[in-house]
Design a protein. Structure first.
Length: 172
């Protein structure tokens, strides 16, 4: 689920087609934002992933760059935040793609990355990890590793991607 399913790709393509059909500009963007919110809120998990992957596809195409579609970006942030509050690994993984890399604030993005580690989802799901990882995320990863060790639990290997000085696995 790290990079989605074939169904996710198809749904993302539908989101891109919808954006193209509605056109650019304030009216098209507002309509797209409203439709994406509606599709996400009334969709099942797979449909929600499709909306999130669609936001990724629009971001990759440059359609959401440089505040070109502020209403779509604002709704996208809300939808990503909702997905990140769930405990569904596939939704959380879908919420950390290119859209998140481009539009989530650093605080929300760091917590999303750490949530993936906590859930056991590969950090390969995170777009822009190497570009956005910072000292604060490394500190958070070290704290997470210390908590895991104190509880006698295994420290996931992905923690070392965030804080290379951390020993992963089970340590005494």
């Amino acid at each position: 689920m790290v990079h989605g399913t074939v169904d996710d790709e198809a749904r993302a393509a539908i989101v891109v087609a919808l954006a193209e059909a509605l056109g650019r500009g304030a009216d098209g963007d507002a309509s797209l934002a409203a439709r994406l919110a509606d599709l996400y809120q009334h969709g099942d998990t797979a449909e929600r992933r499709g909306v999130l992957r669609g936001l990724d596809a629009l971001t990759a195409r440059g359609a959401l760059a440089d505040d070109a579609a502020p209403s779509v970006v604002a709704v996208g942030r809300d939808l990503a935040a909702d997905a990140l509050r769930t405990n569904d690994q596939s939704l959380v993984a879908a919420a950390v793609g290119p859209f998140a890399a481009a539009h989530l604030d650093q605080h929300a993005w760091r917590h999303a990355v750490l949530k993936l580690v906590f859930m056991g989802v590969s950090l390969d799901a995170v777009a822009g990890l190497d570009d956005r990882a910072d000292d604060e995320l490394a500190r958070m990863a070290r704290d997470f590793a210390a908590e895991r060790r104190a509880a006698g639990r295994v420290v996931p290997d992905d923690v070392a991607r965030l804080a290379p000085d951390v020993t992963t696995g089970r340590t005494a």
